[in-house]
Ligand binder design. Sequence first.
Ligand SMILES: Cc1ncc(COP(=O)(O)OP(=O)(O)O)c(N)n1
Ligand code: TZP
Length: 497
Amino acid sequence: MHEPLPKPIVWTIASSDSGGGAGIQADLHTFAALGCHGCSVIAAVTAQNSTEVVGYETVSPTLFVTQLNCLLQDMSPKVIKIGLIPDAGLLEQLAIWLMQHKAEHEFLLIADPVLSSSSGYNFISQSILSIWRQQLLPLLDLITPNLPELTLLSDMPLASSNEQANQLLQWGVKAVLVKGGHSAETDTVTDNYFSPEQHFSLQQPRLNTLHNHGTGCVLSSAIAAAYAFGYELADSIIVARAYLQQALNHSYATGKGAGCLQHHSWPTKRCYFPQLKLPQDTQYGALSFAGISTPIGFYPVINSVQWLKRLLPLEPDVIQLRLKQGSPDEIELQIAEAVLLSRDYKLRLFINDHWQLAIKYGAYGVHLGQEDLAQADLNAIAAAGLRLGISTHSYKELLRAYQLRPSYIALGHIFATQTKQMPSQPQGLTRLKYYAALCDDIPTVAIGGINTQRLEAVMQCGVSGVAVVSAITAQAEPEQAFLLLKHRVEHYYAHPA
Ligand SMILES: Cc1ncc(COP(=O)(O)OP(=O)(O)O)c(N)n1
Ligand SMILES: Cc1ncsc1CCOP(=O)(O)O
């Protein structure tokens, strides 16, 4: 018998909802559905059903801190989510406890500042607001207020939500996700993320359902769960938004009022994922890149025309020329020669980075990384009829690339690679499968650390191409390695497992 994989531990510090749709109950459902082990520290027990909150009582300060200490001794969290704490004394005690333990235990701290219930019950007082502002905000990695909560917390009733979010950042929180559910938008909901480093928006169709009790709890808990699996914060928010949309899409009645969300599992369907809005992408209208005639399949990436000449007799179908050295003149000469050769051999040749030269010499396509994407003229590439491939390393980059509708999307790096210093972590096969599922109408290519042993598992994740560098060029017998890999890839796509 093998040991089951350990589940990441996530805590919720919040209050019980007797109706089961929000609070601690919603948090634990969300953690479990996303594969985490959830622990709970209860601040208060509320008596509520689907139409109203009838009352609540808080736990004693001693029991509150005993829950925290007892868990910390044995079940240290990757992430803590804070929800409704309807008592200034407990809130202050929590701030002091977090200050004592956060640095040593290195957990991420997310708060959903529940200040009133969706049925209209008020949990705030001036002292609660002051503790949020002065003691909790400086400790938080992320806060997820809705628009009324943002206005109350920022104490800037006449300011725009951007200004209000900036106020919270100035008070010390590291990032703010402003939920747009209460805005006047009728067809869509837009959440806005603010941190000193980045700003982006996530937009989704508004699902007009009465059964939306607990949406804030579920969103913040889903962010916590995704982060506990090692996703960066922006990606965790994207996954959480998709989880929420999926849960809202299947929400159900529980009583006479607002019903509950249907917890499911890790979201993989594209329809649940948001549109990513980035300030820098407003320059592009609808782009249209040429498609790829037949699936990419086996995709060698080489770093010279010498390698191209060596591999051409083996009848490659697609190759990428990735030139990282040489003067501008040498690079231009190599690209010009490579394009000529590719025509003779009916090879689909992609040029990495040098998009102007690819256009000038009429290559089959261009491959661009995230930084190159910012510099390149995508309209010019599309107008010249060249195919475009884009590198991605996360959900956020994938959403952005997907919206540009390129000819293919590269997903990497899947395993550790010696070929290139990567700023991000290897994505692994689970993520590859999730990413590939989102691109059901754009071809995908996996890259990074792929070799003959790993090939089959990679293709089983649903990609339509496999790119390799060292599995050919670092082998003692590169031609043999090329032929073996090509044969295996062609065989797999002809007879998928
Ligand atoms: C198929 C494929 N995928 C990813 C890359 C990496 O491209 P990029 O991000 O531009 O990084 P460099 O190759 O420039 O180091 C690729 N070349 N091909
Ligand atoms: C260029 C590049 N981009 C992401 S991983 C990678 C290198 C892949 O090389 P290898 O196949 O040798 O791991």
